[in-house]
Write a protein that binds this ligand. Structure first.
Ligand code: ADP
Ligand code: ZN
Ligand code: ZN
Length: 733
């Protein structure tokens, strides 16, 4: 035992615990300040999570922290609370959670605030006879004159007003004519820009009811708005945001990766008359730091970001909105596997503010929480304005010939739409030319050398690419086994684009997928062309399916939905329905009615009956009933322990060991399934396996994970594998 004060510091390392240090020689070390500490042979920047009176460790084991990075806390108690919660709930090393929560520049020790260097007037400078000084030293007199007029002025302003002034600085400070000082820049707000504010449509009665019901609440509440695409959810958000801004509070809006479109941002800008701060993974370090600082200082009123924005500090938070709450990109799938949606609810509760979740296809988890009474359920069942819902129909692929994947009824519908000046969106969630390269002689298929997967043919770059590990090589002209010719089998977006070009020559056709939009600016341009109606046929992957509003679009074609029908994942049906409704929701968003055509080789599948008779609600209802019977989430909790290793045995041995430890922990009510190999066992040269833990009670599961994590961190078997814990996994591999 050693008496303190003892700093309990989170360090960016894969270890769960905090590290104790003696306070540095100077400065006041407070929770939320970054600090430089000796760690191993290096110095690291850590975050002070707590200041304790005592350490368990003997004095000779304790090292002294070197120096504070922040004189005053960078993170508030609420921010630290969220980090601690995230670390506990996801069983992830606390230092790594801190690292996820901070922009790179701050992890590396950049200052908390932007500092402005300024020159001010001293009492002596104020009394000095300016004319006399000008005669003695003209330039000094000139500078003093400027400083007197301004009282204080920044270095950059002086650079403009009087180039060369810096040479006079030291001399004049020496004579106490002027002084130098620093201030924190709090004028970061982009909101000051003079943006003309547009007024929106008058809310319809459904929207009014939803808005009223949310406004009636005070303090924490969580509300799910289940509103069909185009029902005016965003309009409701805009009113709620305006309320908060008028009250001087900040609003955080979370959107999925591909939901953060220029269209959405410009709508916020025009309607609210301010420039929202944007936070997403594509930003430069500088831009991210500046948005983060503006949110923290309170100068940013509205912050719109993708999942990691859930950690951004807010000086005066009033509301959190999670749009498209069902979207899987709100859950991080590597490293710290957190759900930004779930953390949004937790954070709002801690801050005692409302959180709004919105979707046209709510997740079953959120729907069940509404049934349980934890969330308030509100509905917008109709499209706003004049738009009517699109008509949906199936085309039976077994009864119609297809030309390059396009059935005759689809070709007819595309022709008719174009003749009527409409726009068509053709959706295929598979990029590249063809998913398979097959030998015409022996049937051999080109496979990735490092994964258990096939290589995708990319015609544009003339390469075979593995979509799982990124490996690529030239396209085999003849079979490596028998020497016969190879040919591409199946369809990807590239091939579909070619087919459409030869079937509809002269029409403007644009493909949008992650290959076609790799170059900066191409996505913006493609979207602008689609929005203006110049593009007649759009072909693309799920990048096209969400958030966009193409006024002219009347026909949506889904080329192949069948993969989703036979998914082994218990979320397969939910996902398929969501993706069909979302992409279908792009059709007919203005005056003209839209049409959605789905091609399937299994028109008799019960999924279609449900979808066509009762829409998403019916699919969701029966999926929930199935899950209740099978005790799958949301009726139970899952955690997945994943391991990968160069040798298959190492991954399995590690998980066997984990299983033994889990059983030994003797916690009732947790089922342990596995270990089993992952469905795609080998990826990027590593064998992957997993152990599934399931429980009806969250408490038991977490108790088990706590004990497991600690035992595994020190175990012999852990050295040969990479392993991770995924709490509430959304994909079971
Ligand atoms: P969602 O977010 O549910 O998809 P939006 O808020 O984007 O819906 O609204 C869809 C379209 O309907 C937009 O063009 C919007 O301007 C329009 N709209 C929304 N509410 C109304 C309303 N009350 N009256 C007329 N048009 C509306
Ligand atoms: Zn062959
Ligand atoms: Zn691969």
């Amino acid at each position: 035992m050693t008496n303190g004060p003892i700093l309990r510091v989170a360090i960016n390392a894969p270890l769960s615990r905090l590290f104790d240090y003696l306070a540095p020689v100077s400065g006041q070390a407070l929770p939320g300040c970054r600090i430089r500490v000796p760690f191993g042979r290096q110095t690291q920047i850590g975050m002070i999570m707590e200041v304790a009176a005592q350490s368990e460790l003997p004095a000779e084991k304790l090292k002294r922290a070197r120096a504070l990075v922040d004189e005053r806390p960078l993170l508030s108690d609420n921010d630290l609370w969220l980090i601690q919660f995230t670390s506990d709930y996801y069983h992830h090393p606390i230092g790594e959670v801190v690292a996820s929560a901070l922009p790179a520049a701050l992890r590396q020790g950049k200052p908390r605030d932007t500092i402005i260097q300024k020159i001010g007037l001293t009492p002596h400078g104020a009394e000095t006879d300016l004319d006399a000084l000008c005669k003695r030293a003209r330039r000094q007199g000139e500078l003093l004159g400027i400083v007197r007029d301004a009282e204080s002025i920044s270095f950059t302003e002086l650079d403009e007003a009087m180039p060369g002034w810096r040479r006079l600085r030291a001399g004049m400070i020496e004579k106490s004519l002027i002084e130098e000082f620093e201030v924190i820049d709090d004028s970061l707000s982009k909101g000051l820009a003079n943006i003309e504010q547009e007024t929106g449509p008058r809310l319809n009665s459904d929207q009014d009811t939803v808005l009223k019901s949310i406004r009636e609440k005070s303090g924490f509440s969580s509300t799910l708005i289940d509103g069909v695409t185009g029902s005016g959810k965003t309009e409701v958000y805009l009113h709620l945001i305006q309320d908060e801004l008028a009250a001087g509070r900040q609003v955080l809006v979370l959107v999925p990766e591909i939901g953060l479109t220029p269209q959405l941002v410009s709508r916020f800008r025009r309607r609210l008359g301010l420039e929202p701060e944007i936070l997403h993974s594509g930003l430069s370090d500088t831009a991210r730091l500046s948005a983060w600082r503006a949110a923290r200082s309170g100068s940013a009123q509205l912050i719109v970001g993708t999942r990691s924005a859930i950690f951004v500090p807010l000086k005066n938070p009033g509301l959190i909105i999670v749009d498209e709450e069902h979207d899987s990109s709100l859950k991080q799938q590597e490293g710290l596997r957190y759900s930004a949606r779930d953390l949004a609810v937790v954070r709002a509760k801690k801050l005692d503010i409302p959180v709004i979740l919105g979707s046209a296809t709510p997740s079953l988890d959120s729907l069940q929480r509404c049934h349980d009474g934890a969330y308030t359920y509100l509905q917008l069942p109709r499209r706003a304005g004049k738009a009517v819902p699109p008509l949906m129909r199936l085309v039976d692929l077994t009864r119609h010939d297809a030309y390059e994947g396009l059935s005759q009824p689809v070709i007819d519908a595309v022709e008719k739409t174009i003749a009527q000046d409409g726009q068509v969106l053709i959706f295929l969630n598979r990029r590249g030319f063809a998913p398979t390269l097959i030998c015409t002689g022996c049937g051999n298929v080109a496979e990735c050398a490092r994964c258990d997967s096939r290589m995708t043919v990319h015609a544009g770059s003339n390469l075979l690419k593995c979509h799982h590990c990124g490996a690529q090589r030239g396209i085999d002209t003849e079979c490596l086994e028998c020497g016969s010719t190879c040919r591409p089998l199946g369809h990807g977006t590239e091939r579909l684009e070619d087919a459409l070009r030869s079937r509809f020559p002269g029409e403007v056709i644009t493909r949008i997928d992650s290959d076609s939009t790799r170059l900066k600016g191409t996505m913006t341009r493609a979207l602008a062309m689609a929005t203006s109606g110049e593009t007649r046929i759009l072909v693309g992957t799920q990048m096209l399916s969400k958030g966009h509003h193409f006024p002219n679009l009347t026909l949506v074609v889904v080329i192949n939905a069948d993969q989703g029908l036979f998914s082994t994942d218990f979320r397969g049906g939910e996902r398929l329905a969501q993706s069909l409704i979302q992409v279908g929701g792009r059709a007919g968003r203005e005056e003209r009615q839209g049409e959605v055509i789905i091609q399937t080789a299994f028109p008799g599948h019960p999924f279609w009956t449900e979808l066509f008779s009762g829409g998403y609600a019916r699919v969701a209802g029966s999926a929930l009933a199935e899950r209740q019977n099978a005790v799958w989430p949301p009726f139970s909790r899952l955690a997945l322990l994943r391991a990968s290793a160069v040798k298959r045995e190492d991954a399995h041995r590690f998980l066997e060991r984990a299983r033994i430890m889990a059983e030994a922990a003797d916690i009732d009510g947790v089922r342990i399934l596995g270990p089993v190999s992952a469905p795609m066992e080998r990826k990027a040269g590593r064998y992957r396996a997993q152990l599934l833990l399931q429980s009806r009670q969250r408490g038991c599961l977490h108790q088990m994970l706590d004990s497991l994590r600690i035992s595994l961190e020190g175990s012999q078997e852990a050295r040969k594998v990479r392993w991770s814990v995924d709490v509430d996994p959304i994909e079971l591999f």
